[in-house]
Design a protein around this ligand. Structure first.
Ligand SMILES: C[S@@+](CC[C@H](N)C(=O)[O-])C[C@H]1O[C@@H](n2cnc3c(N)ncnc32)[C@H](O)[C@@H]1O
Length: 193
């Protein structure tokens, strides 16, 4: 039996390429997230990496909100945690270590941000099914993928997998350097897992 090809996972040594002044010129966290995140929400920052978006998510979710910062790599989570250590945001952020084939968060969420991470996941269909099962009614999943690594054709295949997992397209927001899709559970399937 042939071995399944494992996608490349951005290593923690390259965290600096994800969080730097140049990126702040093209990806402004508040401008990107502001229209979608409301106070009191529980947000999953899936594949948070060094936490480029985590602090802003926690600010927008407010004192009553919660952010689950989840990643496969402990060293990425440590980098994320070091940015909010000793600030008011620390108590709003839960740290969660994923397995490569299972996110494994307890409880449900209102919003999932998956920024530049889905192409690193070997079994995307399985992950989308798990995401649907942890979505509160009315919840949203925002997938944002880098054009440099994900062609239009492979993004279409990714969207087809979300549909097979019981998700539907709500919006196609525009983000620099990226292909994106905002999803919700298909109507009538909101409570099905
Ligand atoms: C390219 S980085 C993007 C980080 C961050 N979202 C950003 O936009 O700066 C992708 C991150 O996804 C994480 N990742 C990859 N596969 C994952 C999986 N199956 N579950 C959780 N995190 C994963 C990697 O460890 C890495 O930190």
């Amino acid at each position: 039996m042939g071995k399944e090809k494992q996608p490349y996972v951005c290593p923690a040594e390259l965290a600096g390429t994800l969080d730097n002044l140049l990126r702040r010129l093209v990806h402004k966290p508040r401008k990107i997230l502001g229209p979608y995140i409301r106070e009191g929400m529980t947000v999953l920052d899936l594949g948070c990496g060094p936490g480029y978006f985590t602090a802003e998510l926690a600010r927008l979710a407010g004192e009553e909100g919660r952010v689950i910062a989840a990643d496969l790599q402990l060293r990425m989570l440590e980098k994320m945690a070091s940015k909010i250590r000793g600030t008011d945001l620390e108590k709003r952020v839960e740290i969660h270590l994923c397995q490569s084939d299972r996110i494994g968060i307890p409880g449900k969420v209102d919003f999932v941000l998956a920024f530049w991470m889905v192409h690193e996941v070997p079994d995307q269909q399985r992950m989308f099914e798990e995401l649907k099962s942890v979505l509160n009614p009315g919840g949203r999943i925002w997938i944002i993928e880098p054009k440099i690594h994900v062609t239009e054709k492979s993004f279409k295949k990714m969207i087809a997998r979300t549909e097979s997992a019981g998700l539907e397209i709500i919006e196609r927001p525009k983000i620099s350097l990226s292909r994106t899709v905002l999803l919700a559970a298909k109507r009538g399937l909101e409570h099905a897992t």
